[in-house]
Design a protein around this ligand. Structure first.
Ligand code: SF4
Length: 217
């Protein structure tokens, strides 16, 4: 995955280095104990922030930045035994708009469909030029939806839907991610996501056992 919040160039280069370590391990293995040849397939997708997740506030890295990180991986591949492929950037950018779009984006989808955009998740059917035309005709800036950091107090287009997990919890998890802190599994104890508070532990045995954390949400 490329483009997660807080990703550094060191992380990106680490992807190529991991593949190289696998190739090195192959050659360090005695010939009689290894397969006749090796081919490592390296594949990256671009991170698409999604609603109802702690990263719903996060910007997607711009297409230019993702291009740069993909090149960084390519530049750090030193073996012909490593094959690198990546997800088409225009697809990921469109996914980022649609994932967190509001009703104005509905006009764009309708306009793109009228222009002939269908079966877009199949590479051979995806027509980025027609999508760009649709965005332009509807006066919609893709980066507003895809590449903008949202404030924690911004009202999200999906906020009228109740997925039981509280926004406070999502904010807390986002902040923890930025501080490289992990959250324990629900089996080890409740972290207060809000579900138990709403249902009094009916749907959540772990919360019932551990008790108090859910009450602090
Ligand atoms: S134990 Fe239940 S209420 Fe607590 S964090 Fe997990 S799912 Fe949420």
């Amino acid at each position: 995955m490329l483009g997660l919040p807080e990703e550094t160039d060191e992380d990106v280069i680490g992807i190529a280095e991991l593949a190289q370590r696998i190739v090195d391990l192959y050659y360090q293995t005695p010939k009689e104990n290894r397969a006749p040849s090796i081919q490592v397939s390296l594949s990256t997708a671009t991170f698409v922030p999604k609603p109802f997740t702690p990263f719903e506030f996060e910007p997607q890295a711009t297409p230019e930045e993702i291009d740069r990180r993909q090149r960084l991986i390519m530049d750090n591949i030193r073996s012909k035994k490593i094959r690198f492929s990546y997800h088409q950037q225009p697809v990921s950018a469109l996914e980022a708009v649609l994932a967190r779009g509001d009703r104005r984006v509905g006009r764009v989808i309708y306009t793109a469909w009228k222009k002939g955009c269908t079966l877009d998740s199949w590479d051979e059917h995806f027509k980025p030029r027609l999508w760009d035309e649709a965005f332009e005709e509807c006066g919609i800036d893709k980066s507003f939806y895809a590449n903008r950091r949202r404030d924690y107090d911004e009202i999200m287009p999906w906020e009228h839907l109740d997925y039981l997990v509280s926004k406070k919890f999502l904010i807390r998890e986002d902040q923890k991610a930025h501080n490289a802190e992990t959250t324990r599994s629900c089996r080890e104890g409740c972290s207060g996501c809000g579900i138990s508070q709403k249902y009094g532990g009916v749907y959540c045995g772990a919360a019932k056992k551990s008790g108090s954390a859910a009450d602090k949400v």
